[in-house]
Design a protein around this ligand. Sequence first.
Ligand code: DGT
Ligand code: CA
Ligand code: CA
Length: 600
Amino acid sequence: MPSPASSFSSDDRNLPDASGQAGEPNARAARFLERIARLLAARGENPFRIRAYQEAAARIGAMSENILDVWRAGRLQSVRGIGPSIAAKLGEFLATGQSRYLAELEAATPAGIEELLEIPGIGPRRARLLIERLGVQTPQELIAAAEEHRLRDLPGFGPRLEQELLVAARRQTQRQHRLLLGTAWPIADQLIESLRADPLVREVSPAGSLRRMCETIGDIDLLAASERPAEVTDHFVHLPVVAEIRAHGPTKATVLLHSGLQVDLRVVSARSWGAALQYFTGSKLHNIALRDLAISRGLKLNEYGVFDEQTGRRLAGETEEEVYQALGLDWMPPELREDRGEIQAALDHHLPVLVERGDINGDAHVHSDWSDGTASIETMARAARSMGLSYLMITDHSPGLAVARGLTIERFQRQQQEIQHLNRLLAPFWIGWGAEVDITPAGTLDLPESILTALDYVAVAVHSRFQMGREAMTRRILTALRNPRVHALCHPMGRLLGQREGYEVDLEAVLRAAAAAGVAIEINGQPQRLDLPDTWVRRARELGCQFVIGSDAHGPAHVQFLQYGVAVARRGWLSSADILTTLPTEPWIAWLRQKSRRAA
Ligand code: DGT
Ligand code: CA
Ligand code: CA
């Protein structure tokens, strides 16, 4: 765990200068509030206060407006969830990069306690005992102490609790962090198949973050409808993929799979299917807002239905549509349920018509074994065709990216002939001859003009020197976007989920420039990237950007990643008209050519 001094150190002090882009300041402000929430929890403070900080953090994290701009305009308290007390602390942090309140909290909280508190079974009182009596500060130290039977003599502990805490701490240290959507989805799909095969199950659906297609998944939530729930949960906990049963009741079960992934199953009566599906899909913030709306209309909303507060009469519950309708709302796709304006839009009957997987006609980002892919161009094309696509763009790497076996100029030319040959073979399916061209640190493109002009599709990306700093990186990308040959900007943030956060860049300026230059923004569907992410997609659309979706496939099975790109687009409120790769082949080629003509 970082020491208190290091968690908000030098670069945070520069915060007030880092304007123009919501991502970093908002993320830092959110981390600041989350840290306060964790410390308050460690001290066993009032849960409502803790939740207030958590909610404020979640809102700021999800906002596309830069929190620094909001603060400078004196509007912190206009953000939902920020009251006078949080506003004062956040204001000080934004102004100085520091917080007296946080410093006091840190000073008053023993080191290690936050990590211990994440272990189920350990609350603030037990954590303090462990720290003060045994000097235990980490789950690893707890495991050692339990193995040596040093826990059992602490006041109120005993051998049984010692054993339980040992198991819990071991699990905690093994537990994986959040899973990528692309990892969780196929696992959930199989579980759903198994449940569907049970004749007692009438309905089954994913719920929670999985159904909302969030980029990462904490645990898999599944919902089933059956009039004999006990038998269904019984069948479920005995599936061969289940490694461990953590909880098992007549209507719900929580299990760990061999992969370490946790799955929650709930079984409800078909009568309350819609209400339960709505409730367990969340998000939590969406549900809270919905419940407030229900209360303001004299209604009560829970996982069993919508009820008249006065008479107790049940007004809805069988389907999600009728639940939303009873509250005066249009039904909305799960991807929108994040309390980011969807409730107002549903009240106004102005929800967007979201793009669907079936609207997509082509894949804008595919690698072959000419660079770092594993399969031939023909194999990739056949995979795309069998998925119902009409075209794909081969976008192998440019010469400078040696690690990814970037093509030499000469090999690019030979690739063009290969693609022409395949196009005669596979017509009417169309393979576009493109490239994923490296943007050099100076902002020039890593291919000569002669090739850039000849290519059907020029997609550009940053693959090196991530640490050059915000200004230099912004200049670098803006310079590249000024090159009139460029059709699209690939994975604009450069993040890898769970590995790196993305380079520092004024993304807002990049998106404005892309919109002005008619350069499409790629939504990269590779599960580790999902870049541009949802809140930025929405912002980019506001700024006038158009989009393409690319699977970034490096093998035939990866073309499926398009569906995750579509999920991000939907979470970013995009309709099919916003996405150029919904165009059929002819108009898509026309778009590619007019862009090239403008360049000529
Ligand atoms: P995750 O698992 O961290 O990726 O995120 P979720 O959204 O799947 O969260 P999870 O698994 O804790 O709960 C599933 C859904 O259940 C959640 O999206 C909304 C609902 N839910 C859970 N706890 C609460 C709560 O305290 N209040 C309300 N209104 N809904 C809740
Ligand atoms: Ca979940
Ligand atoms: Ca859950």
